[in-house]
Design a protein around this ligand. Sequence first.
Ligand code: ATP
Length: 424
Amino acid sequence: MKKYLEGLPKKIRELVYLAKDLAAYRRMPAYLVGGFVRDLILGVRNFDLDIVVVGDGIKFAEYFARALKAKLIRHKRFGTATVVLKPGLKIDIATARSEIYPLPAHLPVVKPGSLEDDLFRRDFTINAMAISLAENDFGRLIDCYGGVGDLKNKTIRVLHALSFIDDPTRIIRAIRFEQRFGFKLDAGTLKLLKEAVRAKMLKIVEPQRLRDDLILVLKEAEPIKEIMRFKELTGFSFIDKHLVAGAKTIGLLRCADKEIKWFIRTHPRRRALDSWLIYFIALTDNLKSPAIKPLVQRFALKRGEEIRILSYKSAQLKIAPALKKKDINPSELFSCLEPLSYEVIILLKAKFGGACLRNNIDKFFLNLNGARISISGDDLRRLGLEPGPHYQKIFKSILNAKLDGKLRTRQDELRLVKNIIRRP
Ligand code: ATP
């Protein structure tokens, strides 16, 4: 694998060589593992280095972080640590371990182990390969479970028959990787997966672990393809008993997908969308409002995510009817949409596809979003107006007049303020 490692971008290659030098100097057997090795063989860009150390992984991580003057996050309970270099570039370092699952779907009992133990505890053969970082056999591929063969045959295969029972989140991971790479589940693995689904194993996973794996699914390049495969293999009752992705939901997902792409293409300078959240809200569209809140709580979604999910529900009733009007004023359009997040607006556009609503939303993004007035509180004070809640009212009137094209310059705004003040 030396040739593959030589072909890495310079920054990543230097990190690999630093790990090799540290492993030699500290006499600690260290290996590249997991998705990094898989993607290296596939020729897919992946800058998340994943290293396993037979011995004390956290100690190795400390040496690593010190050499790079980088931040280190330790997870002592798991014998792992993350060296954070900059956003998007991190190195996970772990102590090689074996795992025993005393109860299905519960966290395993972990103890230090050999490299083979560590590879055996992994989800699929394609993720269970290692590359040696030792001086004397640097670059040697260790493939105890047939990962290379499965990569060649485009196959997702678990390492043992209890894999999905021990950790049912692997059901989600299996489908995610299958769809991402365009692979197939090996026949035995598919049978085990179906058995685990039939035994309702996903229902006993801790909801927050489910959430994390689902978010990863929705962050994949083609989430709808993934969702269709979930529909076929698992259904969605493990998310909520009333959740069925029927034809309407799938239609909404497809429209949302188009709108997301449109937004990214036409508004490249705006903040990055949380696309996964748009897919999540679309997927749960058939759930009634009273079912959404418990789901949000069970998944412990962040406050900002909860607000967007709930505001989509209420906007359908309160905002959508106004958006369907052809003659809506720019100021009215602004007060409807400015308080909403991009994610919610895009979903409204996807859900209510009428021409007026679509035009109004396009107009908002093009001309109105982020509009500001030029005058400030200082100007009002200079005009002798005592500060108070009426300031906001004045600002609103100025902004509305500006949005409706009645004011062009700062002087126009000041003139209108004076008129407002003079009014009895
Ligand atoms: P991605 O390309 O999506 O980041 P990855 O394979 O790097 O995929 P991670 O979630 O970063 O995935 O996990 C790193 C490695 O840890 C995996 O390649 C796999 O070997 C192992 N792993 C992760 N989750 C599990 C799991 N639930 N069960 C067993 N092994 C796992």
